[in-house]
Design a protein around this ligand. Structure first.
Ligand code: SF4
Length: 254
């Protein structure tokens, strides 16, 4: 389902809404059109979001603990890095995203990520190579969104846990937890499963409360902003407005 970007009157980015709802709000004058591509609407009022819980020096959950943070892109890393550091974690970033297609898009996101982590002094571990063929083999026959995202999360978090265990990290987590477009329950389930398998912890946190801060930091650092989640299926859905799992998509006939 196509989602539309929603801003409040201060330009604060809110959770996206379905296309149908956005069109209805525009028609009823309850929102103004900011731009057509990507479709963005603005509400005539400001929305206050609850801040994340304050972290006191004594209660820092990450104090003295190391975490390997799987990073899906520069923008999503901004708030997550700050938040984990604020909680006392010793944070190292980890790049492994064979789900980003095509290669030029992968490189664009990687370059933006690398520039950002350099600017905030974050140590990183990067998996060499581009395992796009592995990703495509894995999801072949499971292209419906829920199925392929499950496999995609598992592939990336499994590798994160493996590297974390090898390098002696206490915990893993992922910037995917910040996005309202991702399935947080599924991420938690898979994160805990792979972490158990490799004898590390999965640090779950609802980073979504930092979504608008992520938008602010992304603009401030002029980071590359992708227009679709990553895989060729999400690119197709984004531009064709079609659900890959719908009977019309033709995927079922493959
Ligand atoms: S939509 Fe995003 S999370 Fe789902 S499979 Fe594609 S790249 Fe992975």
């Amino acid at each position: 389902m196509e989602r539309v970007r929603v801003l409040d009157s201060n330009g604060r980015e809110l959770s996206p809404c379905p296309l149908k709802k956005a069109r209805r709000m525009l028609a009823q004058g309850r929102a103004a059109l900011v731009r057509e591509d990507p479709l963005t609407i603005q509400l005539p009022y400001a929305v206050r979001l609850p801040p994340g819980p304050q972290v006191t020096e004594d209660e820092k959950p990450g104090k003295g603990r190391s975490v390997l943070l799987h990073i899906c892109c520069g923008p999503c890393s901004t708030y997550c890095i700050n938040r984990l550091r604020e909680e006392g974690f010793l944070v190292t970033g980890f790049w492994y995203n064979p789900n980003i297609h095509p290669f030029a898009e992968h490189e664009e996101r990687l370059a933006s990520f690398e520039a950002y982590v350099r600017s905030v002094g974050l140590p990183v571990i990067r998996e060499d190579g581009y395992e796009m063929p592995l990703f495509l083999r894995l999801v072949a026959g499971h292209e419906a969104r829920d199925q392929r995202c499950r496999l995609c999360y598992e592939m990336r978090l499994m590798r994160t846990a493996k590297v974390a265990a090898r390098e002696g990290f206490d915990a893993i987590t992922t910037t995917l937890l910040i996005s309202p477009h991702q399935n947080q329950d599924m991420l938690l389930e898979i994160g805990e499963k792979v972490a158990r398998e490799y004898g590390v912890e999965f640090h779950f946190e609802n980073f979504r409360r930092g979504w608008s801060e992520r938008g602010r930091l992304t603009r401030e650092h002029d980071l590359y902003r992708q227009q679709y989640c990553g895989c060729i299926y999400s690119e197709w859905e984004r531009y064709a407005g079609e659900d890959v799992s719908s009977p019309q998509s033709g995927v079922r006939d493959v």
